[in-house]
Design a protein around this ligand. Structure first.
Ligand SMILES: [Zn+2]
Length: 331
């Protein structure tokens, strides 16, 4: 089996345009892929090939200035690119039959799938075997479930960044170097076990799948599947133990307890639907003492951050009202 590291660059539309296109297509399209980069390794993790293609977008044709600044891709290059159906076919051919994708983070395959979907291209082959190297990296280094950047992993293994980043091929190459520093076959062997920790995993409010999205976040947080969930194992009602934790990237975590099955963490990761409503990936997993301690640490840190922010606001208010008094005296 071959391992293929994959990286994409995509173009974004300005908000209004993006919304209009998604409404018209009535499906999600967060960005249009403009570059595919990939590096192939054999079973011994030796690099044996690379692939790069610039893709011409169909809907978001104007290169966003942030994307241009980040990737160095020009409007002209993009205009001369290969349309996705053709690029996809060539890429599939290059991938071959017996391979697994290695990505850095969970975003690339869903993004590519979304793009395939708006072009009516078959996308099942993209998902057959995908491993997020971030998980394998975490598992084989400090065991923390954090999202680390590729730069972080490169620094960890002292891999020099001797090519410009944010080029799909360079990033795929860097990902391959990180993969070489890890024990990928071992990571793959325990991957589904390490990831299959969820007792329940679903998407709620998925407008793309034809559900009603939640108009507001509060509407979602008030839903019974969040507020009054039942235990996935014994179907009994659960008791809420702590305040919910709202963390970065619109994630909400709830600590519930089942009399029979113990502590559970219910987690929501919020995303915008194409029509501006909300959906969330909802997961429930068992939580041991360490997980609960980490959760409570998070709560404490959030509380501290809230207090600091409040103090700063009060200080700011005092200062501005003080200014006004001083100004009044001066008058
Ligand atoms: Zn239970």
């Amino acid at each position: 089996m071959y391992y293929i590291t994959l990286d994409l660059e995509w173009n974004q539309a300005y908000a209004e345009k993006a919304l209009a296109v998604q409404r018209r297509l009535s499906c999600r399209l967060r960005g249009e892929v403009i570059q595919i980069g990939a590096v192939k390794m054999d079973r011994n993790m030796n690099i044996c090939g690379s692939y790069q293609i610039i893709v011409k977008p169909k809907y978001f044709k104007k290169l966003h200035r942030h994307v241009s600044a980040l990737t160095g891709i020009t409007q002209e290059q993009m205009d001369m690119g290969t349309p996705l159906p053709e690029a996809a076919e060539r890429f599939k051919k290059w991938c071959g039959k017996d391979f697994a994708f290695l990505t850095w983070g969970p975003d690339d395959i869903p993004m590519l799938k979304e793009n395939f979907h708006v072009h009516d291209l078959e996308s099942g082959w993209l998902e057959e075997r995908v491993y997020d190297l971030q998980h394998i990296f975490n598992l084989q280094t400090d065991g923390l479930a954090k999202q680390r950047s590729l730069e972080y992993a490169m620094e960890h293994f002292e891999i020099p960044m001797n090519l410009p980043a944010h080029d799909a091929l360079n990033d795929a190459y860097f990902t391959a170097l990180v993969a070489q520093a890890l024990d990928v076959p071992a990571g793959v062997a325990v991957y589904s076990k390490a990831r299959g920790e969820f007792l329940e995993e679903s998407v709620i409010g998925d407008a793309d799948a034809g559900d009603d999205g939640y108009v507001t976040i509060n509407e979602m947080l008030d839903d019974d599947v969040v507020k009054n969930p039942v235990c996935p194992i014994c179907k009994r009602e659960l008791t809420l133990c702590d305040k919910p934790l709202h963390s970065k990237g619109q994630r909400y975590t709830y600590h519930y307890h089942c009399k029979k099955d113990g502590d559970l963490l219910l987690s929501l990761k919020l995303h915008r639907n194409f029509n501006d409503t909300w959906r969330a990936r909802r997961t429930v997993k068992k939580a041991d003492e360490t997980a609960i301690a980490e959760f409570r640490d998070g709560l404490e840190r959030a509380e501290q951050a809230r207090k600091t922010a409040k103090k700063r606001r009060v200080r700011h208010r005092r200062r501005s009202s003080g200014d006004k008094t001083a100004a009044a005296i001066a008058e």
